[in-house]
Design a protein around this ligand. Structure first.
Ligand SMILES: Nc1nc2c(ncn2[C@@H]2O[C@H](COP(=O)(O)OP(=O)(O)OP(=O)(O)O)[C@@H](O)[C@H]2O)c(=O)[nH]1
Ligand SMILES: [Mg+2]
Length: 480
């Protein structure tokens, strides 16, 4: 967070497309944030984040995990040292790490694996995740419930469940293009409001709710949910109005998953902001009665309170409430039954063999003479120009390991093309790595590039080319 902030120092690590998008929204609000993804394309789209905060963690230079959780898991495992050192370097000094992801994809669904990789940092860690809309695919739903189950056994301070379905219902006519960006800014905004409640410039504290109080509720383990609402400003406050408004907030409002059993909450917080004239008109025991009512609703949770007086009279009364250490909400159980139902149907479909066409009637029918046969399609992929950012993200050590093992010619060629393309980089470090990689894999097919690099404009690249040439053919280049 920004230096002057009084709130918790929260740093965000986003995993997968959704995770990265949410991390970028936090970054825009002054939080430190890093995005990890198996997809170059998705990382490139995060314009708000500096290049060094976007980290490619794919396997063998692949672009995305295609909803395959096991591929996403391998990506995290293979890149665990890289992840750990980047998070340690870029997010040092954080009180809390907030891991963000959309549950359902192949990458973000491995958030519990990421939490395990980051454990050596010994920083309190929470997860903020989205759950899919009812219209999303059965694979997404199955992935989401599996992933949530893994999160339940991870060592987390709390889990915040954002319900994409609820966000969709709140703005049904929104275009798909703006849906995610609207949802993400709401998510980061609501979270930020809670983390900075105590910093409201136009209010003085009567009973303060400080960052330690926030930490107690926020990191109480289990699920956490929070929300805020505005009250009509003219009337004196009564505990009845406060309870009504809060119940509304929990039952329907907000962006978080519904269906929590509030009587199971172990910890709660309510914070009230009101202008002086309202607070002086309201009887002293209103807030006491209100906290008492909350204790009843939550069957005796520990209640943290805050009361703030606005210095400006025209501000609306605001009520913030937070519940912590909650069990699984019924919305997740609903998602589980959809996943079971739709997942089973899909898995049966996948098993059904597609009937073959009966082509016996076409036997002997030749339409072309053998002389007009078209050339077979070349296995060589089209070479594609990669951006400098993509070039920086390729992990050459992994490429070397991969190329040393891979024997399939087409797959080998695809990766080799990626490496060769990077020799076009402006950055001499990248060109040097390319040449070192070519030398390591010892493949004579790349000899021409190494020879070209002997005349590179950078001396270190030239030296690397000489060493590489020696490696692949035992040849020492002649001194000029
Ligand atoms: N709120 C919100 N949800 C998103 C966003 N992007 C994706 N989602 C949802 O998050 C879930 C996972 O999608 P992605 O984040 O694209 O998946 P991924 O983790 O990148 O995984 P792969 O693409 O399979 O590698 C899906 O249910 C999406 O609908 C976003 O920016 N905001
Ligand atoms: Mg993706």
């Amino acid at each position: 967070m920004k230096q002057e902030s009084q709130g918790l120092e929260i740093s965000v690590v986003g995993l997968g497309q959704c995770g990265g998008n949410i991390a970028a929204e936090f970054y825009k609000r002054g939080y430190n944030a890093v995005a990890l993804n198996t997809s170059y394309t998705d990382l490139r789209a995060l314009e708000a984040l500096p290049e060094e905060n976007k980290v490619y963690i794919g396997v063998d230079g692949r672009n995305g995990a295609g909803k395959d959780i096991s591929l996403g898991k391998r990506s995290i495992q293979i890149n665990q040292n890289k992840i750990l050192s980047i998070v340690q370097r870029l997010l040092s000094g954080a009180d809390v790490l907030l891991l963000t992801a959309g549950l359902g994809g192949g990458t973000g669904s491995n958030l519990s694996e990421l939490a395990t990789v980051l454990e050596p940092l010994k920083v309190l860690t929470s997860a903020l995740v989205t759950i899919p809309t009812s219209g999303e695919s059965s694979i997404t739903k199955v992935n989401a419930v599996k992933s949530l189950n893994n999160l339940l056994s991870a060592n987390l301070g709390s889990i915040i469940l954002v319900d994409n379905q609820k966000i969709l219902e709140q703005s049904p006519n929104i275009s798909l293009a703006s849906f995610y960006s609207r949802a993400n800014s709401t998510i980061a905004e609501v979270f930020n409001i809670f983390n900075t409640i105590n910093e409201e410039a136009d209010a003085i504290s009567i009973r303060s709710f400080d960052s330690e109080d926030f930490k107690k509720v926020f990191l109480s383990s289990g699920f956490v949910t929070f929300g805020y609402t505005t009250l009509p400003s003219q009337e004196p406050l009564t505990s009845q109005v406060l309870v009504e408004k809060m119940s509304e907030l929990w039952d329907s409002g907000g962006i978080f998953a519904s269906g929590f059993d509030f009587s199971a909450a172990a910890i709660s917080a309510v914070i009230l902001f009101a202008p002086k004239q309202i607070l002086t008109k309201s009887s002293a025991d209103v807030f006491e009665k209100f906290t008492h009512a909350i204790k009843e609703i939550t069957s005796g949770s520990a209640v943290y309170t805050g009361i703030y007086q606005y210095t400006k009279e025209d501000k609306p009364i605001k009520l913030y409430a937070m519940l912590g250490k909650l069990p699984i909400p019924s919305r997740v159980k609903e998602l589980l039954s959809q996943a079971l139902d739709e997942g089973k149907r899909l898995s049966q479909k996948v098993k059904v063999e597609i009937p073959k066409l009966d082509l016996s009637g076409l036997e002997g029918v030749e339409l072309f003479s053998s002389a007009s046969m078209v050339e077979p399609i070349s296995a060589k992929p089209e070479s594609k120009r990669r951006s400098e950012a993509e070039r920086r993200m390729l992990d050459y050590d992994k490429v070397i390991q991969y190329l040393k093992k891979e024997t399939h010619p087409q797959r080998r060629n695809e990766i080799l093309q990626l490496v060769l393309e990077d020799y076009n980089s402006e950055d001499p470090d990248i060109r040097r790595k390319v040449i070192e990689t070519l030398g390591e894999i010892g493949d004579s097919s790349v000899r021409a590039v190494i020879l070209k690099a002997l005349g590179d404009r950078d001396k270190a690249v030239q030296r690397a080319a000489a060493r590489a040439l020696e490696k692949i053919s035992g040849e020492k280049p002649e001194k000029e």
